[in-house]
Design a protein around this ligand. Structure first.
Ligand code: NOJ
Length: 965
């Protein structure tokens, strides 16, 4: 047979196979709602369309009633009336409170009077609460609102004006009729609420049966389209909606701002796209409804596992932001409109407004407005409200080795040994669901894991840890004490009829713990004691998965919205917070497990604003595909600027088998994820780094070693995040808020304040990458010290397989540890290297934060925080943060004693001045004593910079010293 004939015969088979493969790796769209299939989304979009059609003739029906307004104690309060139109001037009363916080943040909260007063009737005999859900703040916020009691306002007939913020430089103008709020900074308008008149609070109303009209049917008469008000069916599940329609919507405009960022999690770009069509734009709004999206797709506004409704708008030299505190299903439309300063310019030279439209299915309208003016300010203000990244244990920022599954304790020990034999560092090995006895959490499969403690003892010998998975579904099986207790103590989530909810997940029939209930948290704590959970040890930590929650037979693979939680709140109201409450329970349990508290480590798949306080997140079930490697960068950057920097993606890709090249590139990129874990699906081939042949194995080992060498810099960056909310990875717009050319850059980033600039290779067969360098900045290649001058353009740098494109911005001092070890714990007392990149004027700065890496003693001063500065040919180490009372205690003294012998063993100066050519000695002074130390100077070749090395200056890392060059 001719090849051609054979091919013709095989073609249909080929097409089928390819088709099947594609099917196998594509998200099942039919499992998740589009906006049109989500009643309130459709209604709010239709509202917006109607307003757009009416144009100038539209007036928003909301009025801030002048004589209801009161100003005092940092608040403006009063009533907003929603006019219902028609012949009878009926209206709905909406109590409003606008709070001006001491931090310069404004908060606008709108409720519904009838519901506050519980003056409504629920349908279907529901036991749900009648109020709008008002407890999102108790989960998301750490601090009470601290109102600025000094703010003053003026009320006129048309508007109320309040001056607030730093030096009273902010102004909120609340327009009374129609109601809208304009936020000014320095007399310039930055944020507008309801400026387009899309505010929509669907008030409670009784269901009036219309004669002859059946549920879901087209309305026969004039009036509102009620088809999605009283019941919604999707994928065979019917939502009984006992409160009827109750959504809230609001437009938020950022005048003059072209870029908006944030609202994770989506597999989307860093600079968010428009959502109402247009070339390259989305047609669906960004959705926030925590879901187990199997095989999620790239470049999509589809919802994923977590939700952080925090958005920043950025333009040259100005950043503002909003936080939409609502835990129900939420959608956000984004439209950018060109505003021309000159009507004849046809849009050329004008500015762009970004108009956003937010709507949630239920709950309060509760919005925070941040006026910046820098990205740092906005993130800090947001983090001050929702909390900072927990300072993790040191091990947690090392490398994590995971797969579904390591099949036995012997398997784990074997993997552990093989890492050692190959001289590859790692800190943590993970166990997925198969370690349990039949998916019953808090048990071990006694055949495959007969000796979990022996296994952990081996890990502990090299200071390694074990992370095990525990999910929120509890197997519904006789003789399983955990489920018996859940039932007898009534700590599970209930269905709409107030019976214990039953659904399907990994174990089959299951119940779900309701961690909104404080009694459930107490019970959860009791399950984690070493006595109760035998086989765990102090080096066992936790992974909370499936906590959206994932319910295999539920609507959109999650829980029915009419399920009932603690204190009778409907699941609908708090869905997006559910995952966080589960992690909170696990975190609390770990915190109380040991007599002297150590910092818990919990990885979560589902999260909300505030989850950063409790651990790390990862981007879920990605694919071993180059596009997923590429997408991981903007996804992780988005989490970094949304207050949740401890983030990562499965290295290697979860589904499928990566090529060796892809795996290698992924390890290189992963070395710069804040959370660095290799993970793989149960059906994939083993891919532990030692299994590869060279050069791949060697290159991956070098990537891991690079991560370990830079751990002091990473830990310092985590510390900064833990006290200020600072991103650990900084996108370009954050690091260079004035450089417009870089506002959409999403494939390169800086690590903390180290000046390290990374551009991971995310394409197959790459030999080079282009990297954008801002104008007027000097960079050195991390490996070759080659010099690169930034000119506001991209440059090309070599990136063969063995090279991570990594540059160092001149003017920084990077702390490093250069001795390869098996785990980070074994590096504790290793000496440091200081890598100095001199700026053209011969200066550099950096800092180093160190503590014991596991306890809370740092809160009592047991830490070292040094500032290193290089100026006028002198390097100095000085102390930061030692002036508080707590820093003078015993714990501090003891800690400093243990660190006394830890020294700086090497100083490398890149960009060393040519005047040092003949220099062989420098003078070091420590504790008032001077000595001379050898220095070696190497001349660069013109392409690369001169550099000098001081070996063994012998100075203590925790001490004050100077070195004169
Ligand atoms: C889903 C998680 O996303 C994945 O990482 C894990 O391996 C499986 N659940 C099994 O637990």
């Amino acid at each position: 047979m001719f090849h051609g004939q054979l091919w013709a015969q095989l073609l249909p088979v080929f097409v089928l196979v390819v088709g099947l493969f594609r099917l196998a790796v594509a998200v099942k769209h039919e499992n998740f709602k589009t906006c049109e299939q989500s009643g309130f989304c459709k209604r709010n979009r239709a509202y917006a369309d109607n307003v757009a059609t009416l144009g100038e003739s539209w007036t928003s029906p909301y009025t801030f009633v002048s004589n209801s307004i009161k100003i005092g104690s940092g608040h403006v309060t009063g009533t907003v009336l929603k006019s219902l139109g028609g012949d009878t001037p009926q209206s709905v009363q909406l109590p409003i409170k606008i709070t001006f916080l001491q931090s310069g943040v404004a908060r606008v909260t709108v409720d519904e009077l009838k519901r506050q007063q519980k003056d409504i009737e629920l349908r279907h005999g529901s036991s749900a609460r009648k109020e709008r859900y008002d407890e999102a703040s108790s989960w998301a916020l750490i601090a009470d609102d601290k109102p600025d009691t000094s703010v003053k306002g003026e009320i006129s007939q048309q508007e109320t004006t309040v001056k607030y913020g730093p030096n009273n430089g902010y102004r909120a103008v609340i327009n009374h009729k129609p109601f809208s709020i304009d936020f000014f900074r320095d007399n310039e308008l930055h944020v507008k609420l309801n400026g387009k008149g899309l505010m929509n609070m669907e008030h409670w109303r009784p269901k009036v049966d219309k004669a002859g009209q059946k549920e879901g049917e087209e309305p026969k008469e004039e009036g509102e389209d009620e088809r999605t008000w009283w019941e919604e069916t999707f994928g065979g599940n019917t939502d009984s909606k006992p409160k009827g329609p109750e959504s809230i919507g609001l437009d938020i405009t950022f005048p003059g701002y072209e870029h908006v960022y944030g609202i994770p999690g989506h597999a989307s770009s860093l600079s968010l796209k428009q959502t109402r069509g247009g070339s390259g734009d989305y047609h669906q709004p960004y959705r926030l409804y925590n879901s187990d999206v199997f095989e999620y797709e790239m470049d999509s506004p589809m919802t994923l596992y977590g939700a952080i409704p925090f958005m920043q708008a950025h333009r040259k030299d100005s950043t503002v932001g909003v936080f939409w505190l609502n835990a129900a299903e939420t959608w956000v439309d984004i439209v950018k409109s060109k505003v021309s300063s000159n009507p004849l310019s046809l849009g050329v030279g004008g500015t762009t407004d970004t108009e956003t439209h937010w709507f949630s299915e239920s709950g309060l309208l509760d919005v925070f407005v941040f006026l910046g003016p820098t990205p740092r300010d906005v993130i800090e203000q947001y983090s001050e409200l929702t909390g900072y990244t927990q300072l993790p244990q040191q091990f947690a920022i090392g490398y994590h080795q995971c797969r579904w599954n390591y099949v036995s304790d012997e398997d784990v020990k074997d993997v552990d040994k093989k890492f050692d034999r190959a001289d590859i560092p790692y800190d943590v090995i993970w166990l997925d669901i198969e370690y349990t006895d039949g998916k019953k959490y808090f048990t071990w499969d006694s055949h495959t894991f007969p000796d979990p403690l022996g296994m952990q003892k081996q890990l502990d010998d090299h200071e390694r840890k074990l992370v095990i998975i525990i999910d929120p579904h509890i197997k519904n099986e006789a003789n399983y004490p955990v489920v018996s207790q859940l039932k007898s103590k009534s700590l599970g989530i209930k269905d709409k009829n107030n019976n214990l909810f039953e659904g399907w997940c990994w174990p089959g029939s299951s119940h779900w713990i309701d961690c909104f209930n404080p009694a459930a948290i107490e019970w959860w704590k009791s399950l984690f004691t070493y006595k109760s959970f035998t086989g765990t040890a102090s080096n066992t930590f936790l992974w909370n998965d499936m906590n959206e929650p994932s319910v295999f037979n539920g609507p959109e693979t999650t829980m029915p919205k009419d399920n009932i939680h603690h204190e009778n709140w409907e699941h609908r109201d708090l869905h997006n917070i559910n995952g966080m409450t589960f992690v909170n329970a696990t975190y609390t349990a770990l915190l109380h497990r040991d007599s002297s508290a150590r910092r818990p480590f919990v990885l979560t798949r589902s999260y909300y604003a505030g989850s950063q306080r409790l651990g790390a997140m990862w981007t879920g079930d990605n694919l071993a595909h180059w596009s997923h490697l590429a997408a991981s960068i903007p996804m992780i950057l988005t989490h970094n600027i949304a207050g949740f920097p401890f983030s990562g993606a499965d290295v290697g890709g979860f589904f499928g088998n990566p090529s060796k090249e892809l795996l290698t590139r992924w390890y290189q990129a992963g070395a710069f994820y804040p959370f660095y874990r290799g993970h793989a699906h149960i059906d994939t081939r083993r891919r532990e780094p030692y299994l590869l042949d060279n050069p791949y194995k060697e290159i991956i080992t070098q990537s891991l070693r690079l991560r370990y060498a830079l751990l002091p810099a990473w830990y310092t960056a985590f510390h900064a995040a833990s006290i200020s909310g600072a991103p650990i990875l900084q996108p370009h717009y954050y690091a260079h808020p004035s450089d417009e050319a870089g506002f959409a850059l999403e494939d390169q980033f800086y690590v903390g304040s180290t000046g390290l600039l990374v551009k991971p290779v995310v394409t197959e067969g790459a030999e080079s990458v282009s990297i954008y360098l801002p104008p007027g900045e000097l960079y050195y290649d991390y490996f070759t010290y080659d010099i690169h001058h930034g000119a506001g353009t991209t440059i090309t740098i070599d990136a063969p397989l063995d090279k991570i494109p990594l540059l160092m911005k001149a003017g920084h001092i990077i702390p490093r540890k250069d001795r390869p070890r098996r785990s980070s714990g074994l590096m504790r007392y290793d000496p440091y290297t200081l890598l100095i990149t001199l700026s053209p004027n011969g200066t550099a700065e950096g800092d180093l934060y160190v503590d014991d890496g596991e306890s809370y003693d740092y809160q009592e001063g047991a830490f070292i925080h040094r500032k290193f500065s290089f100026a006028q040919n002198t390097l100095t180490s000085s102390e930061i943060e030692t002036d508080t009372q707590s820093n003078k205690g015993k714990k501090r003294r003891n800690y400093l004693k243990t660190m006394d012998r830890v020294r700086i063993e090497k100083i490398i100066i890149v960009g060393a001045p040519k005047e040092w050519t003949k220099k062989t000695q420098i003078n070091v002074e420590e504790d008032g004593e001077g000595r001379s130390v050898e220095m070696a100077f190497t001349k660069g070749d013109g392409k690369s910079a001169n550099w000098a090395v001081v070996r063994d200056p012998g100075v203590g890392v925790g001490r004050g010293w100077s070195a004169e060059f």
